[in-house]
Design a protein around this ligand. Structure first.
Ligand SMILES: Nc1ncnc2c1ncn2[C@@H]1O[C@H](COP(=O)(O)OP(=O)(O)OP(=O)(O)O)[C@@H](O)[C@H]1O
Length: 296
């Protein structure tokens, strides 16, 4: 097994004059869950499209399971699964019929197709739903079927582009559980997300992309620690958030921060200290409007 399932160096991509990726360096350890976190339009889908050979890069290097993404496309394609790859799930067929058809198209015998379908429907908690037509599925069921379909053939690297966008909390948690089980089976999962909590819960490592560059990489704990050990939160008397300020949490630092802030805030503003969240980290690292700016 390669130490890094995905490696990129200096990856660049522009669409016309718009620079979307401006030198992306990534190393994703084999068998890990890696989250790429970034605001809308940061280039997450473009990066996945390049890594899965769907889009050409302008410059740089990329390897999947050791294979060169630009020179060894066939080997790369046979090393990856991509959700949504088979957009051709037939809504008029049941989940089970779709799965069996895709198994057959992937070269499995009728008996193998039946067994693989049963195994995947069970793994994705779709046993009952498997008997129903796909057009009656909820968003969460459909997302699980798409994921199951993309895993008909075992591949070492799985790309998931915003796998839980638009799902309710329960469906999201079911998918998280499934993604964690895939990791236990040795699959490397590379997912993009706008949900900070998702990256926090699932990923062994997180990279934050902004303005076409990776602006930070680390575990959720490392990224939070880099931000600061504590956050001072100031709220008005109706509990509306006025300010957040990163601090070390020592008496000296907290006192200094409060004495600087006091003249700018109503005298009855309330103060509390809390640990930083992924939201704090994300806002600090990306060019999204900062909390302080957005409320002042
Ligand atoms: N084929 C294309 N032609 C022109 N511009 C494109 C093309 N694909 C993407 N872009 C532009 O590149 C930028 C990055 O898009 P991309 O879809 O990679 O971002 P993203 O991080 O996945 O965003 P989101 O979270 O909104 O899906 C966007 O401004 C988008 O409009």
């Amino acid at each position: 097994m390669y130490p890094f399932a995905i490696e990129t160096k200096g990856l660049k991509k522009s669409f016309g004059k718009q620079v979307v990726l401006d030198g992306v360096d990534l190393s994703v350890p084999s068998g890990s869950i890696y989250a790429l976190l970034g605001p809308n339009g940061a280039g997450k889908t473009t990066l996945i499209n390049i890594l899965s050979t769907l889009t050409a890069a302008d410059a740089g290097e990329a390897r999947i399971a050791g294979y060169n993404v630009f020179a060894e496309k066939t080997k790369v394609k046979s090393s990856i699964s991509l959700t949504g790859q088979f957009a051709a799930v037939d809504e008029m067929l049941t989940g089970e019929e779709n799965m069996r058809m895709i198994c057959r198209l992937s070269g499995l015998s009728p008996a193998e197709s039946k067994a693989r379908t049963a195994e995947l429907l069970k793994q994705f908690e779709l046993e009952a739903a498997g008997k129903k037509r796909v057009k009656s599925y909820s968003g969460g069921m459909r997302r699980r079927l798409d994921l199951a379909v993309s895993l008909v053939v075992d591949r070492p690297v799985l790309f998931l582009d915003e796998p839980t966008t638009g799902l309710d909390t329960i469906s999201r948690q079911t998918l998280w559980k499934i993604i964690l089980r895939l990791k236990e089976r040795g699959v490397t999962v590379f997912l993009t997300t706008q949900y900070l909590e998702e990256a926090d819960q699932l990923a062994d490592k997180i990279s934050v992309i902004d303005g076409g560059r990776i602006v930070a990489t680390g575990t959720a704990a490392e990224l939070k620690a880099r931000f600061g050990e504590e956050v001072i939160e100031l709220r008005d008397r109706n509990e509306a958030l006025l300010r957040t300020v990163a601090t070390s949490g020592t008496i000296a630092d907290v006192r200094q921060a409060l004495s600087e802030l006091a003249p700018l805030l109503p005298p009855d503003a309330r103060v509390s200290l809390r640990k930083p969240s992924m939201d704090d980290v994300f806002l600090a690292l990306t060019s999204q409007p900062r909390l302080e700016e957005s409320i002042s």
